[in-house]
Design a protein around this ligand. Structure first.
Ligand code: T4K
Length: 384
């Protein structure tokens, strides 16, 4: 009988990790008993204090998601409608949309191939008098070259922000992500290894920026009936904070499992021509939240998309994070002169090669071995 390769249940990328459900319900009951469900409640404050402590950053302003957090961080840094901000194209579309939605123009830069993060040399070439900020992305938790970006930002007297949606719990040169640049923004969406159902956090060591961001998150209110700034509504609610706090209690365990999965994939895919597991930064603490392989079609004899389709056919729902590059998607492609003065060859090559595979607590060693077997056979068949 031929060996069974397909899975009986779909294996997803982005399956949420769950903390202790009793602790979650206890916290939710507490919120219900207090009749305090949102607007800077005690669970939100506790969540913020925990995130600030873990990341050794002075201020944490929890938000309803990272997208809103990025918008507030930009506005609170003094970036306004009509300004341009340089941002990598190799990222989730939320990074670009967060800016564009509030009338800030994202100008896309190319990335460094190894890290997948903004290439500071290209950023430098793109800076013009219209540039009012730089927004780096610690893509898949790999830390950006914050030193080089920071030098550029200081030289041009513009704010430096980081989209740290993937990088909670990671370090750069041993220092936790969260405290770099003028502000960083985490995501605690359900698909992140620590989640608050939906949520985000603006992190900063700048007291004034923190005060502005805190007010902007809540309609610009600085005190009762005192509206200091134009703001939005991007508060985290108590239910979400209850989930976030419960998830944080298992943070180390989730990282351990992700790390084990990373090793298992690496071993199981070793020697498959043209297929490599994207590495994490050497010597840093990584959360291993995303497990991303790269497929070199020339060597593997098969394009990433064919492996993606084959996995799907076997019930492994891989994701092409991140394809296409932001500069190639409709809203930005339509106006290339405004968003991308140059082609972005490294981004374009990378977006053709990457594929995210299931990881996290919802997946076990046997499943990883099975997924690797499908990939190995697909490549083997393609190469004859
Ligand atoms: N910056 C970066 C660099 C980001 O990657 C993101 C988000 C953001 C900013 C913005 O963060 P937030 O504003 O969302 O806080 C997913 C996530 O929705 C998104 O948060 C994430 N990045 C992005 C990389 O992935 P989709 O469109 O792929 O989501 P979806 O609904 O297709 O789900 C992905 C996988 O997760 C599926 O296999 C199903 C599984 N899943 C999902 C949810 C929500 C579950 O198993 N259970 C669930 O509850 O964007």
């Amino acid at each position: 009988m031929p060996e069974k390769l397909s899975f009986d249940r779909p294996l997803h990328v982005g399956r949420p990790n769950l903390g202790d459900q009793d602790r979650l319900f206890q916290r939710l009951r507490g919120a219900l008993d207090r009749l305090w469900l949102s607007n800077d409640g005690p669970l939100v404050r506790e969540f913020e204090a925990r995130i600030a402590a873990i990341t050794e950053t002075r201020h944490c302003i929890a938000t309803c998601n990272a997208t809103s957090g990025l918008q507030i961080a930009a506005k609170a840094s003094g970036i306004s409608t009509g300004d341009e901000v340089i941002v990598p194209s190799f990222t989730w579309v939320a990074t670009a949309h967060a800016l564009d939605w509030v009338g800030i123009t994202p100008v896309f830069c190319d990335v460094d191939e190894e890290s997948g993060c903004a290439d500071p040399k290209h950023v430098e070439r793109l800076i013009t008098p219209r540039t009012r900020g730089i927004l780096g992305v610690h893509v898949f938790g790999y830390p950006c070259d914050a030193d080089s970006l920071s030098k550029l930002a200081q030289q041009h007297e513009i704010p430096l922000l980081f989209d740290a949606a993937h990088a909670f719990g990671c370090t750069r040169q041993g220092k936790p992500i969260g405290g770099f640049g003028n502000a960083e923004v985490f995501s605690f969406h359900a698909t992140k290894y620590v989640n608050s159902f939906e949520g985000g956090a603006i992190m900063t060591n700048d007291d004034d920026l923190a005060e502005r961001a805190r007010a902007m998150r809540n309609m610009g209110l600085s005190a009762e009936h005192e509206v200091a700034f134009c703001g939005t509504v991007a508060r985290l609610n108590e239910g979400a904070a209850a989930m976030g706090l419960t998830s944080l209690e298992r943070m180390d365990r989730f990282i351990e499992v992700n790390k084990r999965n990373h090793e298992l994939y690496r071993e199981a895919l070793a020697g498959v021509p043209g297929v490599t597991v994207r590495p994490q930064a050497v010597g840093e603490r990584a959360n291993h939240q995303y497990l991303v392989i790269e497929v070199d079609a020339a060597e593997a004899g098969v394009h990433r998309d064919a492996i993606h389709s084959t996995l799907y056919a076997h019930n492994v729902l891989s994701r092409r994070y991140f394809y296409p590059g932001c500069h190639q998607i409709a809203p930005y492609r339509a106006d290339p002169g405004r968003h991308t003065p140059l082609p972005l060859p490294r981004t374009e090559a990378l977006t053709e090669r990457v594929l995210a595979l299931p990881t996290g607590t919802a997946i076990g060693p046997d499943e990883i071995a099975g997924i690797a077997r499908i990939i190995r056979r697909t490549v083997g068949a393609a190469r004859g």
